[in-house]
Design a protein. Structure first.
Length: 392
């Protein structure tokens, strides 16, 4: 069966590259994937699958019915949205939408999902159970998975598989990770409230900008001195705004950032830890504060059995030298974790690195993938889907 899957995927390669380039040239931002969804639904419908549109606002769900011998349902999730980035790859099929780019590889993910659907629908056999393909919007803003779940995309799902491109792994190889794959990611919004005054007489005011600087510096220093260094924590303020005039003391500064952690206990204690430090500084200088700490995404925790399934299938398909067991998780976040609250699952890394050209990181305006990776992803997912019912 593996040989048949590989032959089908190889024959589909030109069509899959064509699909990927079309999607890459027509990127859409999170929650606005209308053309992409319509295109995906059209391809899936042409395969004779049961297709539902407008799931999770702009998502698409398709089902490949099995024989019904096994009632378990396997889901496969890929995402479709792009980023607000100006593309600088100079590719012939570069983005036609100014300021929007598939800089995180979701065009590859969508293509791999479609290719998997094509292969499974052409196998000529009926799988024991049902495969449900989820084409998700809005991963980049961390909301699409929740939207899909709300629209019952995970109803009756027994297990779920996912894939994400990785430029630091060469195309032709994949990476699997047991346990934590990504970090929990939370939103932090902090407002420092002081008192305005003349810039020449700071002693008569409460300088919110200066106090905000103390807060930022102290929080960063405190990470290395008051938290367990064996439990990674990243706190980054990516936005800061405040002040009205160069000759006036600012009475208010707004900080917006993100907190990333792998350890559940560290994550649970973060709001109180941040507030204790902020309160101490503000009390010392006569300022007030407002802290809004929002839980956003939990960590992706890969199921060991499903991870073993993907690893075994990949080794059978590509050989041991092309499968890496990743030693470290990423402090990036993935809303694939929201599906894992409803069913066990695993996400693997698909190598897209080029061997003789620079490999820019994800979210870079010059991010480019080696398209030979598409077939690798399709075969790995399709074979894992085929083996799922006989492995569990």
């Amino acid at each position: 069966m593996l040989a048949q899957i590989k032959d089908l995927a190889a024959n589909l390669a030109p069509r899959l590259i064509e699909i990927r380039r079309h999607i890459h040239a027509h990127p859409e931002l999170s929650g606005q994937e209308y053309q992409t969804a319509a295109y995906v639904a059209g391809v899936l419908s042409s395969l004779g699958l049961h297709v539902r549109e407008d799931v999770g606002k702009t998502g698409v769900v398709a089902e490949l019915d099995g024989e019904g011998k096994d009632g378990r349902l396997l889901a496969i999730r890929t995402d479709m949205d792009a980023l607000p980035i100006v593309e600088r790859t100079h590719l012939a099929y570069a983005s036609h939408q100014t300021g929007v780019m598939h800089a995180c590889g979701h065009d590859v993910h969508t293509t791999v999902g479609l290719g998997t659907a094509m292969v499974l629908s052409q196998l000529g056999i009926k799988l024991p159970g049902t495969v449900r393909l989820l084409f998700q919007p809005a991963e980049e803003i961390g909301q699409g998975a929740s939207w899909m779940v709300q629209d019952k995309a995970m109803e009756n799902v027994s297990a779920i598989l996912g894939v994400h491109v990785f430029p630091s792994i060469q195309a032709g190889s994949i990476g699997v990770r047991y346990g934590a794959l990504t970090a929990a990611a939370d939103d932090v919004e902090l407002t420092i409230i002081g008192e305005s005054g003349h810039a020449a007489r700071p002693h008569e005011a409460v300088d919110a900008i200066w106090i905000a600087a103390q807060v930022i510096t102290t929080l960063q220093q405190a990470i290395s001195r008051t938290t367990n260094s064996l439990r990674p924590l990243v706190l980054t303020f990516g936005q800061i705004s405040g002040g009205r005039a160069p000759n006036a003391i600012a009475d208010q500064v707004r900080l917006v950032g993100t907190a990333r952690s792998l350890d559940p206990e560290t994550s649970a204690n973060l709001p109180a830890w941040i507030e204790k430090i902020v309160k101490g500084i503000c009390d010392s200088y006569g300022a007030r504060y407002e802290l809004n700490y929002r839980r956003k995404l939990p960590s992706v925790q890969n199921d060991p059995g499903l991870t073993q399934l993907v690893e075994t299938c990949a080794r059978e398909a590509w050989g041991n030298s092309r499968v890496q067991v990743l030693p470290e998780p990423s402090l990036g976040a993935e809303d694939f974790s929201m599906y894992l609250e409803h069913a066990p699952g695993t996400m693997f890394r698909l190598g897209v690195g080029q061997s003789e050209k620079p490999n820019y990181p994800l979210h870079h305006p010059q991010f480019v993938v080696d398209e030979s990776a598409i077939v690798i992803g399709v075969v790995t997912l399709a074979y894992a889907a085929y083996k799922y019912w006989s492995s569990f």
